[in-house]
Design a protein around this ligand. Structure first.
Ligand SMILES: Nc1ncnc2c1ncn2[C@@H]1O[C@H](COP(=O)(O)OP(=O)(O)O)[C@@H](O)[C@H]1O
Ligand SMILES: O=C(CO)[C@@H](O)[C@H](O)COP(=O)(O)O
Length: 470
């Protein structure tokens, strides 16, 4: 039974679009829908619109407000008449790796970038994609009149307004979360002197406009910001999201500026900040390993759960699609520590889970140097449904783990933002969070050992990569 108006939230993420319809007063989910996206790093935005229509078909009757959460960073380019200039380049498209390196050097290094926009750009960031386009497709670049992000584009399709929010804007590389202003000078420098129009940055509870059917549309935000809003992250909380990307993030009051670039100093969707580290390889490490072992995800879980912590000495560095943290876009995965006695499917399955989580645990250490205190980890995203991930996480992180009820947290956060805009209250509505599982921290010594082993092998592989380059 619902007690308030209905609101909808959308997660237009890498692999799919998900829609939830909720009671605005309580957050109780009353309807859900989803539609798949193609497995590619370059996609025409119309694909997201079609997926939204499919996922929301028949769900929006009676809905009074809607919010869009979207995968961060994607470069959507429009010409003067609002037509898409080229397919969007997604956050996990690494073709702009050289452009990222050039931009970091041109502006004066990591500390200058961190000071200017809170982050040091890696190939995920929109600004590097624009530089790539300026260098490789100058004729197309000349036609670009507007640059939007995936969630901005969907909001624009719904309302006709080119708007965004601090959270998503903070992933462009030309927006300062600390001052909440665009750095159009940085954009122009990156884009060969071109100065496309940028979406207006709305306040967290501001309204973007209305749909043709009169549904109020909230500002929307990036997917990680929306998840933070759904989880109501507080002091001591860190979220680990295991989707296509692996992300680790928390919320804080002052603007982070990590000159090493490991931690991105994003803004959140409430007016605060969202220091975040992101890996390119999370849930798909498990699907790829399951395929290699000739099994499915449930089979991988069974195998991993049958192995001992440490996987008999096997360490998997799962850089299957290159890597972002650490910034090694051309890296490949490696498996280390093989012996005749430990080469079992069980150990390989466990090494995949430990490898995926260890990269995030190391990133969490960096987050703790950048304004976040970690007292518990909230595990979300598709791969948080894995029994093996839940069993291994307390050991790798060495912290208590909370697993919320299975839910689409990005879509829920976007719905909560919509309810906030609809209610016009000072704070977002208080929706009850449902933690399903509380797992005690694993042994700190084992957690330390696993992270150290991960770092040691990373060092070794980096050495080999460097030698091959010379
Ligand atoms: N039980 C499970 N075990 C492991 N992985 C899972 C499980 N359920 C879903 N996944 C994985 O979660 C991923 C989708 O998660 P999601 O958070 O929706 O990703 P994204 O936001 O990047 O689109 C898929 O790669 C899927 O294989
Ligand atoms: O690039 C980042 C964060 O900076 C990614 O987290 C994207 O926002 C994509 O998220 P998923 O679709 O993997 O959830």
């Amino acid at each position: 039974m619902t007690t308030g108006p209905l609101v909808a939230g959308v997660d237009s993420s890498t692999q799919s679009t998900k829609v939830v319809v909720c009671d605005a007063a309580t957050g109780a989910v009353v309807r859900t829908g989803r539609a798949a996206h193609p497995d590619t790093t370059e996609v025409h935005p119309q694909v997201w619109w079609d997926a939204f229509l499919e996922a929301s078909a028949g769900l929006l009757d009676g809905v009074q407000a809607i919010g869009i959460g979207g995968q961060q960073h994607g470069m959507v380019t429009l010409d003067d008449s609002g037509e898409v200039v080229r397919p969007a380049l997604l956050w996990n498209d690494i073709r702009s790796a050289a452009a990222a390196g050039d931009l970091v050097a041109e502006l004066g290094g990591g500390d200058v970038w961190a000071e200017a926009v809170g982050s040091v750009p890696v190939p995920s960031f929109t600004v590097t994609k624009l530089r790539w386009m300026a260098e490789h497709e100058p004729e197309l670049a000349d036609r670009v009149a507007h640059v939007l992000l995936p969630h901005d584009w969907l909001t624009w399709k719904l309302t006709g307004e080119a708007v965004t929010d601090r959270g998503d804007a903070s992933g462009t590389g030309y927006f300062s979360p600390a001052t909440s202003t665009y750095r159009e000078d940085i954009l122009a420098k990156a884009f060969g002197g071109r100065t496309p129009r940028l979406p207006r940055v709305l306040d967290p509870r501001e309204t973007a406009g209305r749909t043709e059917d009169g549904i109020l549309v909230s500002a929307g935000t990036g997917d990680n910001m929306a998840a933070a809003l759904a989880l109501e992250l507080g002091e001591g909380d860190v979220a680990v999201s295991l989707g296509t990307s692996g992300t680790v993030f928390g919320v804080c009051e002052s603007a982070p500026a990590d000159p090493t670039g490991i931690v991105a100093g994003f803004a959140d969707a409430t007016g605060r900040f969202l220091p975040l580290a992101c890996t390119l390889n999370a849930a798909r490490v498990l699907t790829a390993t399951a395929t290699m072992l000739g099994t499915d995800l449930a089979g991988l879980d069974r195998l991993a759960l049958a192995a001992e912590p440490g996987a008999g000495g096997l360490t998997l560095l799962p850089y299957l699609d290159g890597e972002r943290t650490p910034n090694l876009p051309d890296a490949v995965g490696s498996l280390h520590g093989l012996r005749r006695t430990n080469m079992t499917p069980e150990n390989l399955a466990r090494a995949a889970v430990e490898g995926m989580l260890s990269g995030l645990a190391v990133a969490l250490d960096a987050l703790q140097d950048n304004g976040i205190t970690a007292r518990r980890v909230l595990l979300i995203g598709g791969a948080a449904q894995s029994e093996a991930v839940r069993a291994v996480a307390p050991t790798v992180f060495g912290l208590p783990i909370a697993v919320p009820e299975p839910a689409e947290h990005v879509a829920l956060g976007a719905a909560r933002q919509a309810a906030w805009a609809l209610g016009g209250t000072g704070e977002p509505p208080a929706w009850a969070g449902n933690i399903r599982l509380q797992l005690p921290a694993g042994d700190a010594a084992v957690a330390h050992e696993l992270r150290q082993r991960h770092l040691d092998i990373r060092e070794l592989v980096h050495h080999v990569d460097t030698r091959e380059d010379t």
